[in-house]
Ligand binder design. Structure first.
Ligand SMILES: [Cu+2]
Length: 161
């Protein structure tokens, strides 16, 4: 009787274990995909906000961006200015800014690594190395960190060919 039980129960256990392993593997895959930051969006939203001056997500800063190359041309390396102010309009002097750039429909960013290279006074920060290598929808995600506060802001840009 014991032998029969082992013969029947052992394969059941192995099957259950294998199923368990498969389930946890696919769950890990799903989590990896969910963590993937570049989610491809098929369409440009009809109500896309393309303003170049706006409050940051939590309202801590008013951020204004402007390209030194106007209009922005494809495949030209150029400089932008990012101006950071308080909601009361005072310049924010000691911010540390970073940029993430993305074409949401394509899942890629710029071919260059743009960087903040200088503070020009009056809350203006110089951003060099901008290069949009394709026409279409671009997202510019800025993180603004001061000694006491941090906030983010996203700008959208739709470039013609
Ligand atoms: Cu692209």
């Amino acid at each position: 009787l014991n032998k029969i039980a082992i013969v029947f129960i052992l394969p059941l256990c192995l099957t259950a274990l294998a199923g368990c392993a498969r389930a946890s593997t696919s769950q890990a895959d799903n989590q990896q995909m969910a963590a993937e930051p570049h989610i491809i969006q098929s369409n440009i939203p009809g109500d896309l906000d393309t303003s170049l001056s706006k409050a940051s997500e939590n309202g801590l800063f008013i951020v204004t961006v402007s390209s030194q190359l106007d209009p922005v041309l494809i495949n030209e390396i150029h400089t932008w200015l990012v101006t950071v102010a308080t909601p009361q309009g005072e310049p924010v002097e000691e911010a540390n800014l970073t940029l993430e750039h993305l074409m949401p429909q394509h899942g890629h960013g710029m071919p260059t690594e743009p960087g903040f290279t200088g503070y020009l006074g009056d809350g203006q920060y110089q951003l060099e190395g901008m290069k949009f290598n394709m026409p279409g929808w671009w997202m510019l995600d800025f993180t603004i960190q001061t000694p006491t506060q941090v906030d983010t802001v996203t700008f959208n840009l739709v470039l013609d060919s």
